[in-house]
Write a protein that binds this ligand. Structure first.
Ligand SMILES: Cc1cc2nc3c(=O)[nH]c(=O)nc-3n(C[C@H](O)[C@H](O)[C@H](O)COP(=O)(O)OP(=O)(O)OC[C@H]3O[C@@H](n4cnc5c(N)ncnc54)[C@H](O)[C@@H]3O)c2cc1C
Length: 285
């Protein structure tokens, strides 16, 4: 391991608009990646305001303007926040940048399509070229430590974009295991992985996302290599609590070796999920 490992802590609740610039993007196209995921590729002149960071889990806040609040796109978030009460601010949702291609002028975000509930999932499922996507950010906290002996990555559909981006950034010599929980074979995606990185697809087979222990069970039963591991594990909150116990209680890992957080919580909107981070139920580490 290097003496200065890659940063592993993440603060997904930070008020992104304060320190992070706003970019008003235009949807260029959408691509269906499977029954439960849609890729939204955005760009346009607003992309010049986006400044990437050197993390593979780079994420942004997407701001959803509610016309009922008397707002119309495009908006200036700083002005909205300065002039209007909080209940009229756009709702925000947090998403990983799956791919940023400045030469092509494209930024891709992969959204889980999880039914009619919520804002972001239904928005992405129905997005069409020309729609506006307002983002602030990016934040980020993880990149694979090149000095680690091996890598372990785990996540459900919501973390699939971040896990895939991390795997695709690894050198050809990297080794490890990645566990990805999705509903069925139809949700499996092609990921460019080094030959020594084995992909394990964990299938829910119709069970609702966020209700089982399949991901932690798979990691527990899976191979454990020799040497120092660098872990990236994110997804539904209870599933991450189960993995926390695997990594810290069963395997005795140090905090600096593990990037672990909840990306969402079963039965909660993102607003409730973020608010619960201050309560015992919301704490993972
Ligand atoms: C740093 C970070 C990065 C993230 N990156 C991504 C990403 O790249 N792609 C992605 O799809 N998500 C990602 N997420 C998770 C995403 O922010 C949440 O899933 C969010 O709640 C979705 O908002 P929504 O408006 O669709 O649903 P909400 O209005 O927040 O919730 C409505 C209902 O849908 C349920 N729900 C929410 N998410 C899911 C899900 N994934 N599967 C099943 N049910 C769900 C909720 O429990 C709730 O009952 C990320 C989260 C974080 C913190």
């Amino acid at each position: 391991m290097s003496s200065s490992p890659a940063p592993t802590s993440a603060d997904h609740t930070a008020p992104a608009a304060k320190k992070r610039p706003q970019a008003n993007l235009t949807v260029l196209r959408t691509e269906r990646l499977g029954p439960h995921m849609v890729r939204v590729v955005a760009g346009g002149p607003g992309l010049s305001a986006f400044e990437p960071k050197g993390f593979t889990d780079m994420y942004v806040k997407i701001h959803f303007v509610d016309p009922a609040a008397g707002l119309a796109e495009p908006i200036d978030l700083a002005a909205v926040r300065a002039e209007l009460p909080r209940d009229r601010w756009p709702a925000t949702r947090t998403y990983t940048i799956r791919r940023f291609d400045p030469a092509a002028g494209e930024l891709a975000v992969d959204f889980v399509v999880h039914g009619d509930a919520g804002l972001a999932g239904p928005w992405a499922a129905n997005a069409v070229p020309g729609d506006t996507m307002i983002i602030t950010g990016p934040g980020g906290a993880y990149r694979p430590d090149p000095a680690a002996d091996w890598h372990l990555l785990a996540g459900d559909d919501s973390a699939l974009p971040a896990v895939a981006a991390a795997i695709e950034s690894l050198p050809a010599t990297a080794v490890g295991h990645a566990y990805l929980e999705v509903d069925s074979d139809a949700d499996v995606q092609p990921i460019q992985a080094p030959a020594g990185l084995e992909l394990h697809w964990v299938l829910r087979r119709g069970a609702p996302a966020g209700t089982g222990s399949a991901l932690a069970d798979a990691v527990t039963a899976g191979p454990w290599l020799a040497g120092r591991v660098h872990v990236f594990a994110h997804g539904e909150r209870e599933s991450m609590k189960a993995l926390r116990d695997v990594f810290f209680k069963q395997r005795g890992l140090e905090r600096s070796q593990v990037s672990l957080s909840g990306y969402w919580a079963y039965g909660r909107t993102e607003d409730s999920f973020q608010a619960e981070k201050k309560q015992p139920i919301g704490k993972i580490l």
